[in-house]
Design a protein around this ligand. Sequence first.
Ligand SMILES: [Zn+2]
Length: 111
Amino acid sequence: MSAPIDPAAVVAEFIDAVAPYDPNPEADPVAVVGVRTAFGQDVFPMSDHVIRALCKALASYRDPDDRGTCNGCGSRRIDENLHCQDCGRLHGILGQVIVDHARRVAAEDHT
Ligand SMILES: [Zn+2]
């Protein structure tokens, strides 16, 4: 397990990291983000610059377990070996190489 994350502290750090580059620091906040967790709660007024940065950061996040969608059955449950947990299909370049190799070996067996 990783260390516990204090989401409000992370949001505060994010604002500290981004706000200095706000081209319009005197402008009124355009959004208010509230965070309430076991650690407590905080409310963060955000400028246009900061909320845009936050949205970009969220949009670019990808779950470490996200290995795309199975093109066999559409499942999103693809394991670390790029094996679809639902239909068993093998993905990725290596998966294709293994499938091709297996097919070649199978074909040679028949001749
Ligand atoms: Zn599948």
